[in-house]
Design a protein around this ligand. Structure first.
Ligand SMILES: Cc1cc2nc3c(=O)[nH]c(=O)nc-3n(C[C@H](O)[C@H](O)[C@H](O)COP(=O)(O)O)c2cc1C
Length: 184
């Protein structure tokens, strides 16, 4: 089994990255191959809407650091997408990556990805109210399903106003539980 983990926070030791690490470490301990990409360290641009992936090429024609990431996702069994919530959505780093996955769709919007992949979305937010930004996963999950992902999981972390920190015990527990489930 192969996991590709894409980290969208500029904070390498941030909450979303720590939760993703917990999941990946649990999987690696069981012999699973894990490839991690810290998007903030990569040089890339967003989708140019050139449509070359619809009529000229099977892959995104932009050659930059996302070329490898987009290719690795194709051979992954599980994709982990970890991001902070920035202005009610994933980070810009993550959004630019997601836009480039437009290249996974053919001219008639069929997915070029092999069906049956699994996705884990990890979202960390500064707002303690769980109802806020609950839409983010739901919106992206529709696109994951479109691309043939048949199992999706969500882990969220919230700031605690009284503790003045983001408790990670529960997200860590979920990460380990999901890792065990993915490896079954
Ligand atoms: C530019 C920016 C925008 C943010 N926007 C939101 C927001 O809309 N809602 C929210 O709950 N938190 C927001 N936050 C707080 C982060 O989501 C929060 O600190 C998160 O836990 C960071 O995750 P990380 O540790 O993985 O980087 C924002 C932070 C920054 C820097």
């Amino acid at each position: 089994m192969k996991i590709v983990c894409i980290l969208g926070s500029p904070r390498e030791e941030g909450n979303s990255a720590k939760i993703a690490a917990r999941l990946c470490d649990a999987a690696e301990a069981k012999g699973v191959s894990v490839t991690k990409y810290f998007l903030n360290k990569l040089k890339y641009i967003g989708c140019q809407s050139c449509m070359a992936c619809k009529d000229k090429s099977e892959i995104c024609v932009i050659k930059d650091d996302l070329t490898e990431v987009l290719s690795e996702v194709k051979s992954a069994d599980v994709v982990v997408l970890a991001s902070p919530i920035f202005f009610g959505d994933v980070s810009g780093q993550m959004k630019c990556f997601i836009d480039r996955t437009y290249s996974y769709l053919t001219l008639d919007y069929k997915s070029r990805l092999a069906p049956g992949k699994k996705v884990v979305m990890i979202l960390s937010q500064g707002d303690a109210d769980k109802k806020h930004f609950a839409d983010v996963f739901c919106r992206y999950n529709e696109f994951f399903k479109w691309n043939g992902f048949n199992e999706s999981h969500l882990i969220r972390a919230f700031y605690d106003n009284e503790k003045k920190s983001t408790p990670l015990d529960e997200p860590y527990r979920q990460a380990e539980e999901i890792a065990a489930k993915l490896m079954k």
